[in-house]
Write a protein that binds this ligand. Sequence first.
Ligand SMILES: NC(=O)C1=CN([C@@H]2O[C@H](COP(=O)(O)OP(=O)(O)OC[C@H]3O[C@@H](n4cnc5c(N)ncnc54)[C@H](OP(=O)(O)O)[C@@H]3O)[C@@H](O)[C@H]2O)[C@@H](O)CC1
Ligand SMILES: Nc1ncnc2c1ncn2[C@@H]1O[C@H](COP(=O)(O)OP(=O)(O)O)[C@@H](O)[C@H]1O
Ligand SMILES: [K+]
Length: 505
Amino acid sequence: MKIFSAAQTRDWDAYSIAQTSIRSIDLMERAAEACTRWLLARYGADTPFHLFCGKGNNGGDGLAIARLLHARGRRVAVSVLENGKDGSFDFEENRRRLAQAGVPLQAVGPGLAWPLLSAETVVVDALFGTGLKGPLQGAAADVVRFLNGHGRAIISIDLPSGLDADASSAGGPVIRAAHTLTFGAPKTGQLLQESGAFVGLLHVLDIGLSPAFAAQTPADYEFVDEALARSRFRPRQPFAHKGTYGHALLLAGGYGKMGAAVMAALACLRGGAGLLTCHSPRCGYPVLQTTVPEAMFLPDDSEEQLTTLPADLDRYTAIGIGPGIGTSTETTGMLKACLESARRPLVLDADALNILARNPGLLPLLPEGSILTPHPKEFDRLFGAHASDFDRVTTARAQAAALQCIILLKGHHTFIATPAGPGYFNSTGNAGMAKGGSGDVLTGLLTALLAQGYAPTDAALLAVWLHGKAGDIAVEKQSYESLLPTDLVAQLGAAFRCLYPVPFP
Ligand SMILES: NC(=O)C1=CN([C@@H]2O[C@H](COP(=O)(O)OP(=O)(O)OC[C@H]3O[C@@H](n4cnc5c(N)ncnc54)[C@H](OP(=O)(O)O)[C@@H]3O)[C@@H](O)[C@H]2O)[C@@H](O)CC1
Ligand SMILES: Nc1ncnc2c1ncn2[C@@H]1O[C@H](COP(=O)(O)OP(=O)(O)O)[C@@H](O)[C@H]1O
Ligand SMILES: [K+]
């Protein structure tokens, strides 16, 4: 699914109206129906709704939702942020329809009393959407502060009001929604870590916008959804043998950090690698051989840290390096040797990235197509401090092109920068994965997919989707609090099965 800018979204809207002969007001009705269905499915008959509307089309959506909720017997109150001007054409039409339905409007704005919101009221934020121009000030900022300060659940229509779809909103007042119901496709501003406190859970509602427009319009970013993941997935061949799916090597683990190696190893095997060798400090021998009997073990000379490289790296089809290895001088030497001798793409995570950050001269040694998996702190250590996640995304794209590597900037919607083509945001995953070890699972999975011969971009897209999907499946049997990284490993099979063609094989 493509991710469009606010301007492209407006074009999509206009194209759909022109090409399908649906009127603008009817498209707004469709959007309102989709939101109303969502609200009715989520909240019981006793829940009162209070809609706060601007005077653009986002506010028009709000008025239409109020009328539809009222028609279904729900209690609704509607406040309109007055700016002294006429509303948009479709806003005014919906104002007439709402008056006909007998629902009163009240104005909010300078000098007017704030409405009372009972404890059970659900607030629907239809103040501003993709038409936002600049940070909110004055009365608009006041109403956002009033709603944020009130502690009621807020559902934002299309965008949390005040959030820019295409640029950082850092510093400006923005609605803090529990859920955002957006139309057609997600917007970049909804996917970045810095927007997390405003967007809440994001729901993309299909309102029947033209698929032809989406297919033919180039976009800077794409959403890694199930269809995209399936398009990259290659089912296993019936006559396959273990050699068909590669020999993965993991350079992982250290004294007190053998768990990182175990989780990466388990994920690598569940990710489909034909063979796996783990090279770890000697202290890891009993740990790995007991917990992952399918993996072969190559002990380092050192008892507690990685100091040497295994011989003949060329026999491995993919190498993952970093989980639990520490950043000692000896391990730095081992990583340097690895970069100098590896002739296939590597997966670099955790301490391997920290070593690169301390030794930026090593970056040009990265084999083409290597995959770097920093979280935002590791990212800043590697590429310098950034003022916003929009800036991080820009840097990730530039560095991916400069280094001819893939950079996964990990987060709720992990960003995947590739050397050429669009950037990608992942659609799967949840807050249960915010626990040490989740990243090690991703490293193992990435290494497994590279070992099986997936091109680096395909391996990256598939791995982040499968990793998050496994988390989404696992959390249904667990809770966000109790989820363990090993639960992700356990559900990788179920995640893969989502991608199987029907009938299979
Ligand atoms: N695309 C689709 O698929 C569909 C889109 N639909 C909906 O349309 C929405 C977009 O509507 P839109 O273009 O009318 O803009 P919107 O967000 O209501 O904002 C304009 C209003 O905000 C005001 N305003 C702006 N900035 C401001 C500021 N900083 N501070 C203060 N005021 C500010 C501006 O005031 P003005 O500049 O005119 O004085 C004007 O009143 C979209 O998000 C979705 O909900 C659906 O109905 C159907 C399908
Ligand atoms: N709130 C969240 N929503 C979705 N995915 C998450 C969330 N928190 C963490 N993750 C995922 O879990 C992984 C965490 O990796 P990382 O920060 O390196 O942790 P560690 O290596 O300590 O396990 C990343 O893939 C990230 O995308
Ligand atoms: K809104």
